[in-house]
Ligand binder design. Structure first.
Ligand SMILES: Cc1cc2nc3c(=O)[nH]c(=O)nc-3n(C[C@H](O)[C@H](O)[C@H](O)COP(=O)(O)OP(=O)(O)OC[C@H]3O[C@@H](n4cnc5c(N)ncnc54)[C@H](O)[C@@H]3O)c2cc1C
Length: 492
């Protein structure tokens, strides 16, 4: 069949939408993207103020090979458009008792640093990494490559490693079965950050993340993460895909059995042979397809956490910070319980703090620090909303904690601030209740499975992004979009 005449409409230009669009266009389909905001990238977003350049969304790039593959589809070389640099210090971990433990790229140096914490830790680390590697290898042959249901994976791994896949135990149990030191347990538990989930609820297979970080590196995009979005825009242009900004889609139109068009906010109808929604699965069903999903589906697709995202320009440099830092809660388990089980603001949150000037001085004026502080917090709860005042109180608590843990006079050195609450995130990206990583990974709700790429009802409707398998996090949503593009091309 001639693919060139087929029209694909993509709703939203997050990484999942962009990668689906690039893949479809590279396959010869006619692609048009409709984005409600005035720039592409979705949560990969930027704000420039008074000489500071704030990455509003992601700050850690992992698995750059996914992006290399995507750019190659457009006949481009990733590194020519998006210069990236590996970080040697991955994370610096601060604890309330003054302890500070680095995670570093070099494995031998890592073991020396761990030995200073616990003499048993280097051997425990080796065994943990062998387990993490196994989780990655078992997932990489199916789930990460596009499988959509537990049954597909069971069939793929039957007699071939299924029992090695750590699905029923929690991620925390997995970590604790290797590490005995409580601080090391806290640190390796916090790899759940990458998917906005709790290590006490997420399945052990998510322990593949440390292997991904150590084996494939932790990267920074020179000039700021938004250069990734700009590089993708260039790829779209190379492939002559249409990009329509400030065009909100208000409905996906059907004839009962297939999707026929989308309708934009100004009333224009755009006919399409295929529609790909990068609007999350639940909002897309409720707002664009006007269907309500059952209680079981909503429970299964519970959103991942949100965050209080505090961007500070400060007229002081804090030399003790690495590029990526964690300020741990005194009681990590309570932090996770508050956010994911009690759904309340954490009383003593673990704070992720990014200081990109350690790698890239261009993102702040001389003598200043550009800081992103991100405690994970619950998503918007319409039945019992957090008040604006409570978010302000949490901001205060976060800044006080950072000052107590060494960032002296932080508050009095702030010269620029931009803070995003969960309602801001929901309003800007239409994510489900302000989630920042799509659907939560929880072994009781979903075994870490998200929604399927293809609509169960309409043959020519597809979904991509953080709420869809294997989504959550930049490389996974990008892989998801590529898999959607491949599926559409295969269907022709
Ligand atoms: C603060 C923060 C920190 C993060 N840190 C990291 C990190 O360090 N590393 C990492 O890998 N990931 C991180 N993430 C997660 C990562 O950013 C996301 O997983 C990923 O960018 C989401 O991509 P997506 O394809 O799901 O689309 P989204 O980014 O959600 O974009 C969806 C797009 O669709 C548009 N849209 C929605 N509805 C409509 C409509 N009806 N009409 C038109 N347009 C519409 C939206 O405006 C938006 O542009 C972070 C996210 C946040 C917010």
């Amino acid at each position: 069949m001639n693919k060139s005449g087929k029209r694909v409409a993509v709703i939203g230009s997050g990484l999942g939408g962009l990668s689906a669009a690039i893949t479809c266009a590279a396959k010869g389909l006619r692609v048009a993207i409709f984005e409600k905001n005035d720039k592409i990238g979705g949560k990969l977003n930027i704000s420039r103020k008074e000489g500071f350049s704030f990455d509003l969304g992601p700050s850690i790039l992992t698995l750059p090979s996914v992006f290399r593959d995507l750019f190659a589809k457009a006949g481009l070389r990733f590194e020519d458009h998006v210069p990236i640099r590996p970080l040697q210090t991955h994370w610096r971990n601060f604890f309330e008792d003054g302890a500070c433990i680095d995670l570093v790229a070099d494995l031998e140096r890592q073991k020396t640093l761990l030995a200073a914490v616990d003499t048993e830790a280097p051997a425990q680390f080796d065994r943990f990494m062998a387990y993490a590697r196994r989780q990655y290898e078992l997932s990489d042959r199916n789930y990460l490559r596009g499988f959509d249901s537990p049954m597909e994976i069971i069939l793929d791994l039957w007699g071939n490693g299924l029992t090695g896949l750590d699905l029923l135990r929690s991620m925390h149990r997995g970590v604790s079965s290797y590490f005995t030191h409580p601080k090391l347990r806290d640190i390796f538990d916090y790899f759940a950050k990458y998917i906005g989930s709790s290590p006490f609820n997420a399945p052990g297979v998510i322990n593949l993340m440390p292997w991904v970080q150590y084996c494939y590196g932790l990267w920074y995009v020179e000039g700021g993460m938004y250069r990734l979005a700009e590089g993708l825009k260039k790829a779209l242009e190379e492939l002559s895909a249409e990009l329509h900004l400030n065009r909100e889609v208000i409905s996906i139109d059907t004839d009962g059995s297939a999707v026929t068009s989308i309708t934009l906010a100004d009333g224009e109808q755009v006919k399409a042979d295929f529609v790909i929604s990068n609007m999350e699965f639940i909002p897309a069903h409720e707002r664009l397809l006007k269907t309500s999903l059952g209680r079981w589906t909503r429970r299964r697709l519970e959103p991942a956490c949100s965050g209080l995202v505090i961007h500070l320009g400060v007229k002081k440099v804090y030399p003790q910070l690495a590029h990526h830092n964690f300020f741990f809660s005194k009681n990590s388990r309570e932090h996770f319980r508050d956010v994911f089980d009690r759904h309340c603001l954490p009383k003593d949150p673990t704070i992720y703090l990014v200081a990109p000037t350690r790698t890239d001085p261009s993102v702040a004026p001389d003598g200043c620090d550009n800081l992103k502080l991100l405690p994970h917090i619950p998503t918007v709860n319409p039945q019992n909303p957090v008040t604006a005042h409570e978010y302000v109180q949490l901001r205060e608590l976060v800044l006080e904690k950072c000052e107590r843990m060494g960032l002296t006079d932080l508050r009095s050195n702030i010269v620029v601030e931009e803070t995003w609450t969960p309602p801001d995130i929901e309003r800007n990206y239409y994510s489900n209740r302000g989630a920042i990583y799509g659907v939560v990974s929880d072994r009781w709700r979903n075994l870490a499975f998200k929604a399927s790429k293809k609509s169960a009802r309409y043959n020519n409707l597809y979904f991509t992004g953080g709420s869809i398998n294997p989504g959550g996090g930049m490389p996974m949503v990008t892989a998801c979009g590529m898999q959607v593009g491949e599926k559409i091309a295969e269907s022709l």
